[in-house]
Design a protein around this ligand. Structure first.
Ligand SMILES: O=C(O)CCC(=O)C(=O)O
Ligand SMILES: [Fe+2]
Length: 366
């Protein structure tokens, strides 16, 4: 008898928000989506992230990843979480994966106020006009994050401070632009779709993540809100979206946002798989902007009636696990036990966990 096909993934319809005219109504809807799904789409309209800016970032990403391994190795990732990490070097869900993620990535930390990078940059990304662009892209991501955070603050009815979140997202911080490349699998490669994945199940560490996807390069899946042990695809274009323009920006809440709101905002577990129909025959490129609060921000409870009410209603509940792949959401049990760690301590804690799973071997990028 042939093998049994896994049950089809339930489709969920994430809302798309146009924030060109921010309002209380939109703010409430964003908070609702961040609570229910932990994920939502942003129409680039109303953000400084133009098609030109995003396309250029992807072009540079392609150029960098196509450079020889020896060049990329000059900028190998270190404990500061900046630089290049090669194929199978990270394993995001060690309990489930047979081998490391089928991906390579390049992390860029914050640029200085002078527009210069604070890390060793690869040859391909060193030209003056390239650095100017990379700085502009990072700035546009930061501005978009601030606008989104102000809407989240408004939707959460934060006591007397419209900029509660954004004023806590300055510099220095762990904010990172991450270029990602998931190479196509050669035709005859043996792989098992459930254990060999492009990025294992995980939740993000920071406050909010912006994710840029490319047309025709699907693969991202999230745990559905009902907590079931299935996966729902999050395609580059949501249903009914005008596919002649660039894909909307995907936003998700990270562990820190969940921690800060005692789980009111959901840090949803997600993964990236090889598309089932093309048998992994196509490369996927994506770009993530991981938003983090300023390093010294103390993670005291968010002063919001809604967060307080949520905390009351879940007081009886148990602490949740931290980012396990089998859960619908990540680290949400923030307000119990010891508190008041800083954003930097929070990030280091999570990075240390990842580092113990990073394999310190020489990588070959095929
Ligand atoms: O490539 C993607 O779609 C997602 C990447 C991701 O989830 C991550 O790097 O945290
Ligand atoms: Fe992620």
């Amino acid at each position: 008898m042939g093998s049994i096909e896994p049950a089809p993934s339930p489709r969920i319809r994430l809302p798309v928000f146009d924030i060109s005219e921010p309002s209380e109504r939109i703010a409430k809807q964003i908070v609702q989506a961040a609570h229910s799904y932990g994920f939502l789409y942003l129409d680039p309209n109303g953000t400084p992230l133009t098609e030109e800016l995003v396309n250029r970032e992807f072009e540079l990403s392609k150029q960098f990843f196509s450079s020889p391994t020896s060049e990329k190795e000059h900028c190998k990732i270190g404990p500061d979480n900046r630089g290049w990490t090669g194929m199978h070097n990270e394993i995001l869900d060690p309990a489930k994966q047979r081998k490391g993620d089928f991906k390579e990535a390049f992390n860029m930390g914050e640029f200085g106020d002078d527009g210069q990078p604070r890390q060793k940059m690869p040859k391909r990304l060193c030209e003056v006009s390239t650095l100017v662009h990379l700085y502009e892209f990072e700035k546009a991501c930061r501005q978009t994050m601030h606008k989104l955070l102000d809407l989240i603050g408004l939707g959460l009815e934060i006591d007397g401070d419209d900029k509660w979140f954004s004023s806590r997202h300055g510099s220095p911080s762990g904010c990172t632009v991450r270029l990602l490349h998931y190479p196509a699998l050669p035709e005859d490669t043996e792989y098992s779709p459930e254990t060999d994945v492009r990025a294992g199940a995980h939740s993000d560490y920071g406050s909010v993540t912006l994710l840029f996807q490319r047309p025709g390069q699907p693969g991202l899946e999230i745990r559905p809100p009902d907590g079931s042990d299935t996966w729902s695809p999050v395609p580059p274009y949501p249903q009914g979206y005008d596919e002649t323009s660039m894909p909307p920006i995907l936003v998700n809440m990270g562990d820190l946002m969940s921690y800060w709101t005692n789980g009111l905002l959901r840090s949803t577990v997600h993964r990236v798989i090889f598309p089932k129909d093309t048998k992994g025959g196509r490369d996927r490129y994506s770009i993530a902007y991981f938003g983090h609060p300023s390093d010294e921000t103390e993670l005291v409870p968010v002063p919001s009636r809604l967060v307080r009410e949520h905390s009351e209603s879940t007081k009886e509940g148990k602490d949740e696990d931290q980012g396990s792949g089998s859960l619908a959401h990540g680290y949400g049990g923030g307000m119990t036990g010891e508190r008041s760690i800083t954003a930097k301590q929070h990030l280091l804690k999570r990075l240390n966990a990842t580092y113990s799973h990073r394999m310190n071997k020489e990588e070959e990028v095929s």
